[in-house]
Design a binder for this molecule. Structure first.
Ligand code: YXS
Length: 263
């Protein structure tokens, strides 16, 4: 198996597939290689009689995923979260996959990985989980599709606090805000998630698949005037072309605190 394919291990048992993110050295940072492996794994599962997918990190991980690979973010005159970005392709692959995808979360979830778990159909977490969205740490203008994911899922005041502070939301607060479907003790996380999966795996798969796709198209397709979209892109371009975005990337690479000047 190629190195890239090893970044996502696949196990199928009783029509339930478990995909495990396996890049501990980089804290499961969402590199192009890992995301391509995730997309390929989902594609291969489509040809099998799989009824539910569980997406997880290894049991010993303290970081579920460190988010988009910052070193791979295009910086300088290119949209850092464009339609063809590997993360965006992976989000679409999960949202379009014809079975329920459960994010089973223990450990910390950062940045684009939060968008990834929110793109799953449900989240089961334990008390070690936390969730942070962090573009303001880099000076990065999040993309419109991504913001619509959050708007469709979370209250606006919570979205603004999470985006503007980049502070991780603790598990119990994520449960209080209904970000996670279930918050269970660590010792019960796997058993609870498997039991939830088994229940859904026994239901009529065609009905489940079409209801999931109906819900996707009804929530994802939100009309937006061309002029509004062009204005948004113009605003975002000014940000991802800014010195602050370059500073955000450099600060991470140099392992120092970023100093933003607003230019
Ligand atoms: O120094 P080496 O080569 O060993 O590599 C280190 C880190 O550089 C690397 N790593 C990452 N590489 C690329 N992109 C990342 N997001 C990333 N995160 C980590 O992994 C090696 C081990 O990291 P280290 O020593 O920091 O581990 P730790 O256990 O002390 O700390 C774990 C974290 C997750 C708290 C820490 O690595 C961290 O704060 N990572 C950055 C988390 C983050 O800000 N993610 C957002 C990425 S940007 C994104 O997702 C969106 C585009 S947005 O900005 O819109 O949210």
């Amino acid at each position: 198996m190629s190195d890239a394919a090893q970044m996502v291990s696949v196990e199928v048992k009783d029509r339930i597939a478990t995909l495990t993110l396996n890049n501990a050295a980089k804290r499961n940072a969402l590199t192009r290689a890992l995301l391509d492996a995730l997309i390929a794994a989902l594609k291969s599962l489509k040809a099998q009689d799989v009824r539910v997918v569980i997406l997880r990190a290894p049991a010993d991980a303290t970081v579920w995923s460190a988010g988009h690979d910052i070193k791979e973010l295009p910086h300088g005159h290119e949209d850092p979260l464009g339609y063809a970005d590997p993360l965006e392709r992976a989000l679409r692959a999960i949202r379009e996959f014809p079975t329920p995808v459960i994010a089973m979360v223990h450990g910390t979830v950062w940045g684009g990985a939060f968008d990834l778990v929110l793109s799953c159909d449900m989240i089961v977490a334990d008390e070690t989980a936390s969730f942070a969205i962090t573009p303001v740490n880099l000076g990065l203008p999040y993309n419109t599709t991504g913001l619509l994911h959050f708007i469709g899922r979370l209250p606006m005041n919570l979205i603004k606090e999470m985006f503007f502070t980049a502070t991780p939301l603790k598990a119990e607060d994520a449960a209080r805000w209904h970000i996670v479907n279930h918050l269970v003790p660590s010792a019960e996380l796997e058993g609870f998630t498997l039991s939830l999966a088994e229940g859904m795996a026994a239901k009529a798969p065609l009905a489940v698949a079409v209801i999931k796709e109906q819900l996707r198209v009804l929530t994802d397709y939100q009309p937006i005037a061309a002029q509004v979209f062009e204005r948004i892109q113009d605003m975002r371009r000014k940000v991802y072309d800014s010195a602050d975005f370059q500073e955000g990337i450099n600060a991470f690479l140099e392992k120092r605190k970023a100093v933003f000047t607003g230019s």
